[in-house]
Design a binder for this molecule. Structure first.
Ligand code: ZN
Length: 561
C-alpha cells in the first residue's frame, strides 16, 4: 500500500514538472543555436509554428535527426517550406526540418526516384515505417533557403501526434537569453459606444515612460466604462539583434488576473485567426502588430487562459485603479507595464462613420453583392462580425473596401464576360491591384465559358487584366552547340511579367529531366549528377507556360562526354 502511494507521488510530481520529455531531442544543428524567429511569434497570416535557427548566413550546414525514428513525409514545393523532411519518433512526436538545400544521399536518392517517376520537382511522399529509418545524430539533410524563406536558416518544428506544433524549447532545446522583452507601444480600446478613454471613443495610443529597471509606466488615463488594452512587444535573445516573439502575456486589474495569453502550442486550424488577435487595421496601415489583450466575438484561439470578462476591465466613476501587463520570454525574463486609470463619468458622441453609401456584410448569414459585370458572394461566417464596407464597380474594376477588416474565410468573385469586348478574352484574368502603384497581381482565376471566378480572403481592389506575352527563357551558364562535359549544373532563367509562371517542363533527347525551380531567383537548375544525360549529343527542350496559357519553348543542343 505504502509502495503504491509513493510511486504515485513520484510519478505525479514528475508529470507536473514537465509534460514534455526532456533531453529526448538533441539539437538539429551542431552550432550554438541563435534564433531569427521564435515559436508562435506573429507572422502575416499565421503563428510561427517552429524555431527559425540562423545558419551563419550560409547554406549547407549538416542537419541531424534529433532522435531515432523514421522519415514519415518528404515534401518538395516551390513555395512554403521548400524542401522539407518529417521524422516521426517512437514517442509519438514528429520533428520537421524545412527550407533545406538538399537531403542526405540516401533520402535524396529516394526522393529523386519519386520526382523522376512523377516527372515533377514538386512532390509529397509518405514513406512507410520501415523504408527510411534514421537514428539520433544521423545527418539527414543540409540547411538551405528553399521555398518561402527570406535568407538561409533552418525552420525546426516539433509536432504532437495530433499534428499540433509545440514550442521546441519545452523539450529542452536551449537558447541563450538573459534579456527582458521590451514594449514599443500600448493602446487602450473602448469595448462599446458607452466607453470613454481620454475623452475619446476609439483606439487611443498611450504614452510609455520607460523605467530604469526595464519596466514601463504609462501616463495616467482618464476613462469610463468597459475598456481593453493592446500591446506591441518583442523579445531579443543574447546572440542576435532579431526582434522575436514573446512567450507569455498576463494582465491584472487591481491585482486580479484579467487574461493570460500562452504561446505553448496551437493547431493549424486556428492559426489563421491571428487576424483576430492583432489589431488588423493597425497592422495593415502601420505594419506593426498590436496584440489585443481582450477577446472579441468569434475568436476561437486556444492561446487564451484565465480570461475574466474576456480580458476587458470595467472602469467606474470616481475610482482609481491600475492595470498591469506582465510580458515574459521563455527564460522567465519579464517586463511589466503599469497603467494608472482614473475613473470619471463622461459621455462622448461615438465617431460612427456615415452609414450612407456603405454596404452591410452579415457575419451569420450569406451576402451577395452585384453590380455591372461583377457578383461577389460572402458565405456565412466570412466576416467575424457584421461590417459596413465600401462596394463599387466601375467598368471592370471592383472596389471592395480596403484591406483593413479581417476575414475568416474566402469570398468569391465572379465576372460575367458575356458582353465584354476583348480580342483576347482567353488571356483575361482577375487581378488584385496592390500598393501605391496599383500593380496588378494575378489571382488564381477559374474560367467557365465566359464566366471568370476567383476567391480571396482580403478586401481590396480587383480588376480584369490581360496577359498576351509568353514567358521568357534564357540560358545562364551555357550556349547552343557547346561542350558541357565539365559542367555540374545546367542553369536557365525563366520569367513572366504579368500573370506569372504556372508550369515548366524540360527534356533532353525527349526524356524528362529534373530542374529545380527557385521563384526568388527565377532559376531552373538541372544537376548532371542525376546521371540522366548520358549521350554525347543532347537536344534540350524547355517549355514554360504562364497562368493564362501563353507558352514559350527554348531549344538548344549541347555535347558531353
Ligand atoms: Zn520558420
Amino acid at each position: 500500500m505504502k509502495k503504491i502511494l509513493l510511486f504515485c507521488l513520484i510519478s505525479c510530481s514528475a508529470y507536473s514538472q514537465s509534460e514534455y520529455p526532456q533531453d529526448y531531442f538533441r539539437s538539429p544543428l551542431d552550432i550554438t543555436l541563435v534564433l531569427s524567429g521564435t515559436f508562435s511569434e506573429l507572422r502575416s497570416s499565421h503563428f510561427h509554428s517552429g524555431l527559425d535557427i540562423k545558419t551563419q548566413q550560409k547554406q549547407g550546414l549538416k542537419v541531424y535527426a534529433t532522435a531515432d525514428g523514421y522519415v514519415s513525409r518528404i515534401k518538395v514545393s516551390h513555395y512554403g517550406y521548400g524542401k522539407a523532411l518529417y521524422v516521426t519518433h517512437p514517442n509519438g512526436y514528429t520533428t520537421v526540418y524545412a527550407h533545406l538545400q538538399k537531403f542526405s544521399d540516401r533520402i535524396e536518392k529516394y526522393i529523386k526516384e519519386c520526382q523522376y517517376e512523377k516527372e515533377s520537382y514538386e512532390v509529397e511522399v509518405f514513406p512507410s515505417t520501415q523504408e527510411l529509418l534514421v537514428s539520433k545524430g544521423e545527418v539527414i539533410a543540409y540547411s538551405g533557403n528553399t521555398g518561402g524563406s527570406g535568407g538561409p536558416h533552418l525552420h525546426f518544428e516539433i509536432r504532437d501526434n495530433q499534428e499540433r506544433p509545440i514550442n521546441p524549447m519545452l523539450f529542452g532545446i536551449d537558447i541563450q537569453d538573459s534579456k527582458r522583452p521590451f514594449v514599443s507601444g500600448v493602446y487602450a480600446y473602448p469595448k462599446d459606444d458607452a466607453a470613454v478613454i481620454n475623452g475619446k471613443n476609439e483606439r487611443v495610443p498611450l504614452r510609455l515612460i520607460p523605467q530604469r529597471n526595464g519596466d514601463y509606466d504609462v501616463e495616467k488615463i482618464i476613462a469610463y466604462g468597459h475598456i481593453g488594452f493592446g500591446v506591441t512587444s518583442y523579445d531579443k535573445q543574447d546572440l542576435a539583434p532579431n526582434n522575436n516573439g514573446v512567450y507569455n502575456i498576463q494582465t491584472f486589474f487591481n491585482g486580479n488576473k484579467s487574461l493570460e495569453i500562452d504561446f505553448k502550442r496551437f493547431s493549424f486550424d486556428e492559426t489563421k485567426h491571428i487576424k483576430r488577435l492583432i489589431d488588423y487595421e493597425y497592422f495593415k496601415t502601420k505594419r506593426s502588430r498590436i496584440q489585443k489583450l481582450f477577446i472579441e466575438k468569434n475568436n476561437p484561439l486556444s492561446l487564451y487562459k484565465d480570461a475574466y470578462d474576456d480580458g476587458y476591465v470595467k472602469v467606474e466613476d470616481s475610482t482609481s485603479s491600475v492595470y498591469k501587463i506582465r510580458i515574459r520570454d521563455f527564460k522567465g525574463n519579464e517586463t511589466w507595464v503599469n497603467i494608472p486609470i482614473e475613473g470619471k463619468y463622461e459621455t462622448v458622441k461615438s465617431d460612427t462613420e456615415d452609414g450612407e453609401n456603405k454596404t452591410l456584410i452579415y457575419a451569420n448569414q450569406p451576402t451577395e453583392l452585384k453590380s455591372g459585370l461583377v457578383t461577389v458572394n460572402f458565405y456565412k461566417n466570412t466576416v467575424y462580425e457584421d461590417v459596413s464596407i465600401d462596394f463599387r464597380v466601375s467598368s471592370d474594376t471592383l472596389f471592395l473596401h480596403e484591406d483593413h477588416i479581417p476575414l475568416q474565410k474566402n469570398f468569391y468573385i465572379n465576372y460575367d464576360l458575356n458582353h465584354y469586348k476583348s480580342e483576347h478574352l482567353d488571356k483575361v484574368f482577375i487581378a488584385r491591384l496592390y500598393g501605391y502603384y496599383k500593380k496588378p497581381s494575378y489571382v488564381n482565376t477559374k474560367r467557365k465559358g465566359n464566366i471568370l471566378s476567383a476567391s480571396s480572403n482580403t478586401f481590396g481592389t480587383y480588376t480584369l487584366a490581360m496577359d498576351t506575352v509568353a514567358p521568357t527563357i534564357k540560358p545562364v551558364n551555357f550556349k547552343d552547340k557547346k561542350w558541357l562535359s565539365k559542367y555540374r549544373y545546367l542553369k536557365v532563367k525563366i520569367d513572366d511579367d504579368l500573370s506569372g509562371i504556372s508550369k515548366y517542363r524540360a527534356t533532353v533527347n525527349g526524356q524528362w529531366i529534373l530542374m529545380e525551380y527557385d521563384y526568388k531567383t527565377n532559376m531552373l537548375v538541372h544537376d548532371f549528377n542525376d546521371n540522366i544525360v548520358k549521350d554525347t549529343k543532347n537536344d534540350l527542350k524547355i517549355i514554360v507556360t504562364d497562368n493564362v496559357g501563353n507558352s514559350s519553348t527554348f531549344e538548344a543542343t549541347f555535347f558531353r562526354k
